[in-house]
Design a protein around this ligand. Structure first.
Ligand code: SAH
Length: 240
């Protein structure tokens, strides 16, 4: 009896030592995991998102580490949040909805325009895609690239440029996701989309309600369907 207690103690001490020695990165990822599970259940699955790669990516990416410290308490709420430079990170549902639309499984090459914080790019990468992301504001691009590296999404390629021109050297893409509202679909992006592939893009005038469009390239031509009214920050051009 006494011996059993002793070995039990030893096991408990070993377990405690193991827990204390967990790497900081892993601890950060586990932080707020229960809030993420609730977010996925109440805001995302409850609204009809079913794709398992999307749901597990939304459960795993630590959204609170993609927003400025003062926004962290609100990271898992059902709303967009400011990320500095007048830009915003979309509400979690919108990120999941756009992710599910482009089915970002392994072996798929996805281009994102509007890296912002890097959160959407991390979600696409966590769902298995090879991700290329372009951000027009150099400070955001630099911070997002560093953040993605630090959090283990170093495979995401981030470039600071005007996303209007896409990323020709890496084309064709199996999907393109635009996270800023454009007045029209930039022709270079359509060109860089693979035949039969999908682009998701908010189209419309900045400062008004825009329409989230699903554009499929068939025989080299765009076929567009409107999905829902949305509000995104404006797609800007270099020099504006
Ligand atoms: N997807 C981001 C949120 C993006 S907000 C995230 O998950 O955090 C939209 C971003 O698009 C902003 O950072 C804005 O600077 C960027 N943007 C606007 N016009 C752009 C352009 N022409 N090319 C690349 N990025 C652009």
């Amino acid at each position: 009896m006494h011996e059993t207690n002793n070995s039990l103690h030893r096991i408990l001490i070993l377990l405690l030592a193991f827990l204390l020695a967990l790497p900081a990165g892993l601890a950060a990822t586990n932080q707020r995991a229960s809030e993420r599970r609730a977010m996925v259940e109440n805001q995302i699955a409850a609204r009809g998102i079913k794709d398992s790669a999307t749901l597990s990516a939304m459960r795993s990416v630590p959204r609170h580490l993609f927003v400025p410290p003062e926004q962290r308490p609100y990271a898992y709420r059902d709303r967009p949040l400011p990320i500095g430079h007048g830009q915003t990170i979309s509400q979690p549902f919108m990120v999941a909805y756009m992710t599910e639309l482009v089915s970002p499984g392994p072996g798929r090459k996805v281009l994102e325009i509007g890296t912002g914080s890097g959160y959407q790019a991390a979600v696409l990468a966590a769902a298995g895609a090879e991700v290329f992301s372009i951000e027009i504001i150099p400070q955001l691009a630099e911070a997002a690239g560093k953040r993605l590296d630090d959090l283990g999404y170093g495979a995401v390629a981030v470039r600071s440029a005007d996303g209007f021109y896409g990323w020709a050297e890496q084309a064709p893409f199996d999907a393109i996701l635009v996270t800023a509202a454009a007045e029209f679909v930039p022709p270079p992006l359509l060109e860089q989309l693979a035949e039969g592939a999908l682009m998701v893009i908010p189209v419309g005038s900045p400062f008004f309600v825009q329409t989230l469009m699903l554009v499929q390239k068939r025989d080299g031509k765009p076929y567009a369907t409107s999905l829902m009214p949305v509000r995104f920050v404006p797609f800007t051009r270099t020099g504006e």
